[in-house]
Design a protein around this ligand. Sequence first.
Ligand code: ZN
Ligand code: ZN
Length: 349
Amino acid sequence: MNIIAYGAHAGDQPLEPMRITRRAPGVHDVQIEIAYCGVCHSDLHQVRSEWAGTLYPCVPGHEIVGRVSAVGAQVSGFKPGDLVGIGCIVDSCKHCEECDAGLENYCDHRVDTYNSPTSDAPGYTLGGYSQQIVVHERYVLRIRHPEAQLATVAPLLCAGITTYSPLRHWKVGPGHKVGVVGIGGLGHMGIKLAHAMGARVVALTTSESKREAALALGANEVVVSRNADEMAGHAGSFDFILDTVAAPHDLDPFFKLLKRDGTMTLVGAPATPHPSPQVFSLIMKRRSLAGSLTGGIPETQEMLDFCADRGIVADIELIRAEEINTAYERMLKGDVKYRFVIDNASLAA
Ligand SMILES: [Zn+2]
Ligand SMILES: [Zn+2]
C-alpha cells in the first residue's frame, strides 16, 4: 500500500509530506488505519539526528491509535473495526528470556516502531505520522476507552506505559510517598497514574508557575526543586521518585529526599549524561538509582485497561500534520499541556 506520511529527509530539514509503502498484511498481521498519533520527545531527538543512527527519510511516531482495517488469515484476537493501539515496539525475537517474560521492550532484537531494521521497504521501520501501519498481532493493543476519547488515549502508548511500568515494578501504592520530577508529557502521566494507584504524590518542578497545574493533575503537594528550603523540608521522606526530565541535571538533591531503601528511577533519555551522582548520597541510606524503558506488551495492555477502568487519559493539544514543525519548537520550550497529538485525517487533506 502506498500511503501519505509526514517525515524528514535529513536531520536539519523540516518534516514534510511524503509517500511511503506498507506491506500487505501477512497471516499474523493486523492492518490499522491510524486515527491519531502522539508527539513524543523521542520523535524530535530521532528525526533531528540527536541520537546516533537516524536513517532518512525518517517518519517518527510511536503513540498510535486507530481502527483495524484488515487482518491476516491466522489472526484470532482482532477483527476489522476494532479500536487498537501501537506503542514503541512492532516486533521482537519472540523466544528470548525477555520475550518469554512479556518484556519485549528489553529484547535485544526488538524492533522499534520507527528507525529500526526490518525486511520491509525501505529496510527500517517508519512510524505513526502516517495513514496506516501493519503490525504482527502480538504487538497490537486493545483500546477499551470510548471512541470519543481516542485522541487522548494515544499518549498512553509511550508516555503512559513509560511511567506506569516503573510505578508498578517498584510497587507504588497506598501509604507510599512518591515524587514525580518534571511536569511534561511523561510527568503529567506519572502524577495521574501514581495518584490512581493510591500513593501520596508530590510533584517536583523547577517552575513555580506549574504549581496549580500539578495540583489539578492529582498531585497532593508541589515542591519547587530550586527552593533549597522547600526541598530540605522533605529530606528522607520519599519511598520512590520517578524522574521524567530528559535534560541533563544534578540528581543528588533528589536522592536526599529518599528514605532508607528508597529508589529513584530515571525514564527521561538525555542526549548527554547527567552529572554523576555522589556515591555517598546513595550509601548513607542504602538508596538505589535505577532506570526503566517503556514496558512490555502484556503490561502495556494492563496499563490501557487500568486507565480505561478509571477514565484516565492524557491532556493533549490536537494538531494538524502540517503544524508538526511548529509543535516541535513549542515542545522544546515546554509550551504544551502536555502532549501534542496529530489528527492523522489531516494527512489526506
Ligand atoms: Zn516516546
Ligand atoms: Zn526477544
